[in-house]
Design a protein around this ligand. Structure first.
Ligand SMILES: [Zn+2]
Length: 361
């Protein structure tokens, strides 16, 4: 009951919005008011993303988390004289579209596909299959021949320990976890290949979130705090230096950064990739705040960066810098198991918060 109340509260602002979203028994309804009979529409499916394309009607940009059985969230993207409405659906969903007059409106009803168990009234005799568990891909950065940053801690060792602690917490909560590595090893001696294989694991499985875990360093050894990155063009020299370091450093790091940058530029034209980028940004912000809360380490913010390992992510994907391993205070803290457990718990809280918003594939 309390959940229903919260849901209604969350949906309340949508009552005045265009589109309006209504959650009903057995379906979710999206209604778009059409002020002009000349407006055309088309519905396109792209996996877990349905796109309603309107021509001749430009709606202001908006978005919302719905989290019904059928619909995770929606996003309105104006596009010249038209609009695209992105509907991020959950699982196997069928859509019925119809246009009605007085007032002129487009109605999109989303149902769970036939064959799927009825969501609210399971047959008492038949065992309804459990919904698939969310799956998180954890990527402890570096490993094997590549130690990452070396200060009061060695990055490859620190981030593996944190990833293993985080895995225990997530599995305890019924969330499936995949690791890019579970020992001190590289995936390839070639950095480009190594990063590509890590990213490839997110693509080749039914992963919902991709989290690459790293530790930070600065030439001055005076910085401390938490930073989280999502894929996009780096907006400052400080971020760019950081990106180059994590992309392998030196000439290699610059080359891979340039390669990732061309992907980042292409994404500016790709509405679907952009929608995913917004989820990644939200995931970055959620993780950063929860990590800072759990550890007391200052939150330095979330930023876009041309990280090679994130460049083709089709699910929300971030790179977390859990702290500065070369800072005399924070670096020493990161040595201790109790503090590492706090880091894992902060990331755990962030992941649970993000998943609870239903904003994932
Ligand atoms: Zn790193």
């Amino acid at each position: 009951m309390r959940f229903l109340f919260l849901l209604l509260l969350a949906l309340w602002p949508m009552a005045q919005a265009n589109p309006r979203v209504g959650v009903h028994e057995g379906f979710t309804r999206v209604v778009v008011e059409l002020p002009d009979p000349g407006v055309g529409y088309a519905l396109e499916g792209e996996g877990a993303l349905l796109v309603v394309r309107l021509t001749g009607l430009s709606l202001p940009p908006s978005e919302g988390v719905v989290n019904s059985k059928e619909l995770a969230s929606y996003q309105v993207v104006p596009e010249g004289k038209g609009t695209r409405i992105l509907l991020r659906t959950k699982g196997q969903v069928e859509a019925k579209v119809a246009r009605y007059p007085d007032p002129d409106r487009l109605v999109v009803d989303l149902y769970l596909a036939k064959g799927a168990p009825p969501p609210t009234k399971p047959q008492p005799t038949a065992k309804a299959p459990k919904p698939p568990k969310p799956m998180v891909l954890l990527d402890p950065g570096h490993g094997g021949i590549d130690p990452g940053m070396v200060g009061y801690v060695v990055e490859k060792e620190l981030v593996l320990d944190i990833a293993l602690r985080l895995r225990r917490l997530l599995v305890g909560e019924g969330i499936e976890v995949l690791l890019t590595r579970n020992s001190d090893t590289h995936l390839s001696p070639d950095k480009r290949e190594d990063l590509s294989r890590r990213a490839g694991l997110a693509d080749s499985s039914r992963v919902n979130l991709f989290i690459s875990i790293h530790a930070n360093a600065t030439p001055t050894r005076t910085a401390q705090g938490v930073e989280v990155y999502y894929f996009g063009r780096a907006q400052s020299q400080a971020v760019l230096s950081q990106v180059i370091r994590e992309n392998g450093g030196g000439d290699l790091g610059r080359r891979l950064t340039q390669e990732a940058r061309t992907v980042a530029e292409r994404i500016l034209q790709d509405i679907v990739a952009q929608a995913n980028q917004r989820y990644s940004e939200r995931l970055a912000e959620t993780l950063g705040r929860k990590l800072s809360e759990a550890t007391g380490s200052p939150y330095r913010g979330s930023f876009p960066g041309d990280f090679f390992v994130l460049r083709y992510a089709k699910v929300p994907a971030v790179l977390v810098e859990v702290g500065f391993g070369d800072h005399p205070v924070e670096g020493r803290r990161l040595q201790g198991p109790a503090y590492r457990e706090k880091v894992a718990r902060g990331l755990f809280a962030g992941i649970l918060t993000f998943l609870a918003q239903g904003a994932y594939r």
